[in-house]
Design a protein around this ligand. Sequence first.
Ligand SMILES: [Zn+2]
Length: 317
Amino acid sequence: MNRRSLLKNLSIGGLTGLLLGKSAFANVLTEDGNNAGTAKRALRFAHLTDVHMQPELNAPKGLASCLHHVQSQADRPTLIINTGDCIMDALKQPKDRVETQWKLWHQLMTGENSLPIEYCIGNHDCWGFGQKIDPLYGKNYALDMMRLQKPYRSFDQSGWHFVVLDSIQPRSTDGQWYACQLDDAQFEWLEQDLEANKEKHTVILSHAPILSAAPLVVGHLGKTDTGYQLGGGAILNDAERVVTLFTKYPQVKLALSGHIHLNDEVKYQGVTYISNGAVSGNWWKGDRYATKNGYALVDLYEDGTFDNIYIPYGWTV
Ligand SMILES: [Zn+2]
């Protein structure tokens, strides 16, 4: 398959060339699913993040349209990886509002989707951070909605190892709201998990990016004289220890995240950190800067290489 037919196949339109750049085609697939080199593809999945489901702004119609787009790909992915913020917001919302959003989510994910889904928890999924009002406070309700036992975990699929991190922690100053980082117990678990799975090519999944360049250039955060101030809710506050840990485990190839609703890629010390744009774009109000409402198709190969192609699904307000 050449570049032209790949684009046609993905039905992603003229903007795609600009979004993809050249490097995305380094491993263009051939008809038999192998890349242009010698590696055989192990798995294709769709990465959907930051759906922010709500009854308003046609969000249900938008998610349905995205799910149809994913499932009508000629070369269909075999699962969906979701990196959180399934619902618009649970942080400071009353229970009935949170229930309404999750109900819509499940209606769409069962009614309009036949692919299996793996979840990662996002900040807006955590009910009640900042209002401690119920035994379901914090993440428990979201974990229940995602059918998860623990907020972080790992699993193997198609010869690759997937590590799902929980990047959302109660803020240490007051125990309320949230900060993007790992707790110490989780960091220790991460080290053990990487040590025990040294032979497997590994993908790290997190809601908040471990590393991302885009937060530096949006939101006017750069201040003359004082420099950049990202705040505790942008990227991982403890990125340094996580990135340093990865240098000891070269099986870590790719880190995928959402949260910033922007598509960017950072290559640092042997790991590629990719943030994909949001299914909800600018929270269902249009494009988020130069990133349209979309999802990514991710191909993992047996030799540890991968491709990530960001695909706008044609949503307009
Ligand atoms: Zn979000």
